[in-house]
Design a protein around this ligand. Structure first.
Ligand SMILES: Cc1cc2nc3c(=O)[nH]c(=O)nc-3n(C[C@H](O)[C@H](O)[C@H](O)COP(=O)(O)OP(=O)(O)OC[C@H]3O[C@@H](n4cnc5c(N)ncnc54)[C@H](O)[C@@H]3O)c2cc1C
Length: 464
């Protein structure tokens, strides 16, 4: 079986490893529009937190990548919530090692991508970099990808892991579910601890939790980025602002300083330097970031959402763009499937985008393995692909849509609010901080792909 994966982000790379493990006889080609992160200094994304469920999934398909991510990241299990005056409102459990075997890991997006690329010695060479897909379509006996240079590749199964602005998704829906900017722009980056005043640096060095300060204009989060006691420790900071239009990514950072100072310049925290009232933590972060020494560079990440998709595979039909005859159809062979953000563009709230993408990849690989008989004929293979497509949607869509709806709800609460709403939120945070971790998180962080796939198929986990 020949499989093409479009996109070498975390979803595409995890799906690759899952297929290599469970369908070793398949030929897998990956295409990505950008250069390899191993060959480029360009920053890909900011900080990213990988949840216990994502790590549990990675452990089965890319164990050395997981070790590398864990060795280089900051492991934590709670977020301390404060108000803008620095008062602690409560500590939220956010995935403890004791309960889930893996705590949350904060690291860089590049670190996750690079670790997955290095999992299998030759992996980088297996990705066709700098090749942008411009159209995907399905015929009776194949799926096709066309590239910017006019060439096309044929395969038995095409997996779209090409992110929130997926080209593959157009084969299923055309422009109908195209992403839209939701008016919130994420701001964030990394600052070496050595850039802070000695008091702030020493206090941050020992911070064992993530922190989120909340005010009427939104939140401002920060955490360490490397293991405690790392000599190159950095602070990962993240915020967001309601900005009407998508700002160009090269907007001079200094131009954003008034906006950030206006929103957070008066906020307080326990890391404020008592020696100088101007050197509060937030003022230091904003000044260092906006005055922009090269290694303090930071990102503008406008948030693009897609509406919930009604399905994720082509068994339900193809758009005009996705059908060979350019006529919309209501039935397809399931040879085109979406994983990760192409199926469910995940906002950062809840930090589940990486974990859901990795779970998608493993689920798909296990289902293909289950339905494909050894030495299968072409018709058996077609049938197996269609069955896997249906089961994939049955297993994944209810779980991911629930996570997505919750995350979008949390994101909407980050817009500006009034005094009363702020007070109600402060009380809610305090109340929620007393809810046991098991009640809050078992469904998401305790998830085990193999258990759920085996249950759905009615087989024992050992037989997968
Ligand atoms: C501000 C922000 C913060 C976030 N923080 C977190 C967090 O802390 N934890 C978490 O779990 N999730 C977080 N997320 C969500 C997470 O980043 C995504 O869910 C995750 O990256 C999805 O991975 P993916 O592989 O599906 O897509 P992507 O990572 O977007 O990868 C898509 C790949 O496809 C390639 N591609 C795109 N189009 C084409 C094309 N036409 N042809 C060829 N290749 C193409 C791209 O180059 C890219 O390599 C955050 C998201 C945002 C916006």
């Amino acid at each position: 079986m020949k499989i093409i994966i479009i996109g070498a982000g975390v979803g595409g790379l995890a799906t690759y490893h899952a297929i290599r493990k469970h369908l070793p006889s398949a030929t897998v080609e990956i295409y990505d529009a950008h250069p390899s992160p191993l060959q480029s200094d360009k920053i890909i994304g900011g900080g990213i937190s990988v949840g216990p469920n994502g790590q549990r999934t990675m452990a089965t398909i890319a164990p050395s990548a997981l070790s590398s991510i864990r060795d280089h990241g900051f492991e934590f299990s709670t977020f301390a919530f404060t108000n803008q005056d620095g008062k602690l409102l409560g500590e939220f459990p956010f995935g403890s090692k004791e309960r889930y075997k893996y705590g949350q890991i904060m690291t860089t997006r590049s670190m996750v991508n690079k670790a997955l690329l290095l999992e299998d010695g030759e992996m980088d060479g297996k990705v066709h970099w700098n090749l942008k897909v411009t159209r995907v379509w399905e015929t009776d006996d194949a799926a096709w990808a066309q590239f910017e240079d006019g060439t096309a590749q044929k395969c038995d199964l095409l997996i779209g892991a090409d992110g929130a602005r997926s080209q593959t998704r157009n084969a299923l829906f055309g422009e109908e579910y195209k992403p839209y900017y939701n008016g919130l722009t994420g701001l964030g980056g990394f600052i070496p601890l050595s850039c802070f005043t000695p008091f702030t640096r020493d206090a941050l060095q020992n911070a064992t939790t993530g922190s989120i300060a909340m005010g009427r204009v939104g939140g401002f989060g920060y955490s360490l980025l490397e293991p405690l006691n790392s000599s190159t420790q950095k602070l990962n900071w993240f915020s967001h602002a309601e900005i009407d239009e998508v700002l160009p990514s090269d907007t001079p950072r200094i131009d954003l300083m008034p906006l950030l100072m206006d929103r957070h310049g008066s906020w307080k925290s326990k890391y404020d330097d008592p020696n100088d009232p101007e050197k509060t933590l937030f003022r230091q972060i904003i000044t260092i970031a906006c005055e922009g020494k090269e290694d303090n560079n930071w990102l503008l990440l406008p948030r693009f959402y897609t509406p919930l998709l009604p399905h994720w595979t082509s068994i339900h039909g193809l758009s005009k763009e996705g059908s060979e005859s350019k006529i919309q159809t209501s039935q397809g062979g399931g040879r085109i499937m979406l994983v990760g953000d192409s199926a469910h563009a995940m906002p950062p709230e809840g930090a589940q985008g990486v974990s859901c993408a990795v779970e998608d990849g493993l689920t798909l690989a296990l289902l293909l393995k289950h339905y494909l008989p050894q030495d299968s004929s072409e018709s058996q293979q077609d049938e197996a692909i269609a069955k896997a497509a249906k089961s994939y949607e049955d297993i994944r869509m209810p779980r991911v849509n629930k996570i997505l709806v919750t995350a979008k709800g949390k994101a909407d609460r980050k817009r500006q609010i009034g005094w009363l709403q702020d007070k109600i939120r402060e009380i809610s945070v305090w109340v929620i901080s007393w809810i046991p971790e098991s009640f809050m998180h078992d469904e998401i962080f305790g998830y085990d792909v193999e258990v759920h796939v085996a249950k759905y198929l009615g087989v024992s986990q050992d037989s997968l």
